[in-house]
Design a protein around this ligand. Sequence first.
Ligand code: PEP
Ligand code: MN
Length: 360
Amino acid sequence: MIEQSFPHIHIDAHTKTRPQYVMAGPCSAETETQVLQTAKELAAIGIDYFRAGIWKPRTSPGSFEGVGVEGLSWLAKAKTLYGIKVATEVATAKHVEEALTAGIDLLWIGARTTVNPFAVQEIADALQGVNVPVMVKNPINPDLALWIGAMKRLMNVGITDMIACHRGFHVYEKTRFRNAPLWEIPLEFKRKFPDIPLICDPSHICGNREMLTEVAQKAMDFGYEGVIIETHPTPDAAWSDAAQQITPTVFAQLLAELTVRKTFSDDIFTNSRLLQIRDEIDTIDERLIELLAARMQTVRRANTLKEEKGLSYFRPDRWAELQTHCSEVADKLGMNQNFVVKLFDMIHLECIGLEKEGNI
Ligand code: PEP
Ligand code: MN
């Protein structure tokens, strides 16, 4: 699949030094000059897809809503002049038709569209019989099922070349991100669909330039297959998302700084050492489970005694004491106290569950 979509790059899982999927380009196509200048510079750096929004879904009316269909011809021109593949966002069946007519190579579904099954189905229906690569951004709300549902609608009409794009989620609390990454959601996606490439959009996660490298690197550390980064010749003057865009030169530096993690090592010593460590982990896990079983047995003994003496099973003060104790031990061992307390809450709940089932 990768070879098919990117015939010009040949990636060896053991030797790759850059992400498999590199996409860059402005948030929005603004003028023909801006599109061509950015495309020329990015083509020289080497990217897999040039991105530019033509139709921009904006939170408030009155913001720049994209140049519309006229911009498609600028993308087509960039494609011919610089030999790059081009990508744009579609939100309606009409967008799909117009983009395909203009020869756009990859269509993406934006976060505000992924949330709407009617809109996604309309796009899917318009793609029936057209096997174009489609990238699906995560929905703005943290809902993995909705993201997967959108992808399934596309698979159902025969789209085989799909990419999942992690652009962060809207959460009510204020965080240092524009859109909270909530890494556990895309990682669960990756676990469920290991064959669908997952790429990271640090631009929309961060909302600023300063944190882009950190987030892109984290995605690489988690084994993501690529990045999409907003790039503009004069970022401060961009008509949309100015604060997060970077120049092609800065983009090239970012790309060069990324450490891409390999899935496998070709060094037999590393592999055998890893196998040995994994064996040790498995042994520790077995011991943990044995210890947990022993703990459960001990709780049962305590409860039998309570039963005999007419004492209540649950004592909030004892539970609080236990939490404090666990937290102190965790701290001494340099562990995350929150994690340890949460873990013991679960263990405790399981004990209460046993009581409910009358097993003790
Ligand atoms: C975009 O890529 O410019 C965009 C609008 O992204 P999102 O749908 O992730 O907000
Ligand atoms: Mn944007």
